[in-house]
Ligand binder design. Structure first.
Ligand SMILES: [Zn+2]
Length: 347
């Protein structure tokens, strides 16, 4: 790909639906917070913090991040900064995860986390010209009691700021059906529902999410195509997947490279599979890099990449009027970028 084409994809307006504030935090900020909060920092140079070659190392770094986050101000800072970084990757609207399970274990109450996160979303909306709503992810290994507690907390918050509930962390060794009560509570409260599923676990976990928990979306869904009947159902019901191809290569290690990722086949079949970064800080790879990687791996045209950006709007949980305004904005920005790069108008 030419430098200009990659720059064009970086500037393309985007929606991102799968990104964790903890994994999107800047290494330099975590170094600063670790120092202030008296947390032992494992490397001398912050630039070395996010160097990992295995899932275990990734999780060790994740622990350092979570230990460094203690006050509402700390959460405000990482949330606001990661939205600044999102804007530089072309993100105009993001639905973003926060996972209080990790810091709750360290004694920080969820209310403290939310105080900082929600204030940062309000500030970023006002300052940065970026739309954002949050999704509270419960930590699956913390069990159904934690999940229900998180659903009840989420239910009581402002729906315009906290729009949904999700679930993350490992799938192996987890009894997913144990979370039925938490998802039912989230549904009753009018929260949208999603779940990390079929990432390092089987397609059956995706089926549990969409058939038993009423999930409106599935995060990853890497293994979806293993189950053709479920694939048909996901296509018929247009249940979106928030796919993170490079994360699946780097973190879950379920595929050797992006070119081998099933997202192209999923999209070809009619799955509403969107492109997202997952943990852009830790991976040092943001959603703009992901657009470039996907376009290169599958030889996608600019038209196809613009379609992926528009699918992000479709798959989002923004209200209909906001979606319509985003579509108009994207079409207009697509046209401006094409003219700036000397390309013909969109067909
Ligand atoms: Zn994720």
């Amino acid at each position: 790909m030419t430098v200009a084409a990659a720059e064009h994809l970086r500037r393309l307006p985007k929606v991102e639906l799968h990104c964790h504030i903890e994994g999107a935090s800047r290494a330099s900020t975590i170094a600063d917070l670790a120092r202030r909060n008296g947390v032992e920092f494992p490397v001398d140079d912050p630039a070395d913090l996010y160097k990992f070659t295995s899932l275990n190392q990734f999780l060790d770094i994740y622990d350092v991040i979570c230990a460094s986050l203690q006050s509402a101000d700390d959460f405000h800072r990482i949330t606001y900064e990661c939205l600044e970084d999102a804007v530089s990757a072309g993100v105009r609207y993001r639905e973003m995860f926060f996972s209080p399970g990790f810091v709750i274990r360290l004694g920080v109450p969820v209310s403290t986390v939310w105080e900082g996160v929600s204030a940062a979303v309000v500030d970023a909306r006002a300052d940065l010209d970026v739309g954002c709503r949050m999704i509270l992810d419960f930590d699956k290994p913390s069990g159904p009691g934690h999940a229900l507690e998180m659903a009840e907390f989420a239910a009581a918050q402002d729906r315009d700021l906290l729009i949904g509930m999700g679930a993350d962390s490992v799938e192996r060794g987890i009894d997913h059906r144990a979370f039925a009560e938490a998802y039912a509570a989230a549904g009753r409260a009018g929260l949208k529902r999603t779940m990390h599923a079929g990432e390092d676990g089987p397609a059956e976990n995706i089926a549990i999410g969409v058939r038993e928990f009423g999930c409106d979306r599935i995060d990853h869904g890497f293994r979806l195509l293993d189950d053709p009947a479920l694939t048909d159902e996901i296509i018929d019901r247009q249940i979106p997947l928030t796919v993170c191809p490079t994360s699946n290569v780097m973190i879950a290690n379920v595929v050797p490279d992006v070119a081998s990722h099933p997202i192209a086949r999923q999209r070809e079949l009619g799955v509403l599979a969107t492109v997202n970064s997952d943990d852009p800080g830790m991976m040092r790879f943001d959603v703009a890099d992901e657009y470039v990687a996907v376009a290169e791996a599958f030889d996608y045209t600019l038209e196809e990449m613009e379609a992926i950006a528009l699918d992000g709007i479709e798959a989002s949980w923004a209200p209909d009027d906001e979606k319509a305004a985003l579509r108009r904005r994207f079409e207009s920005e697509f046209a401006d970028l094409r003219s700036e790069y000397g390309l013909p108008a969109r067909a």
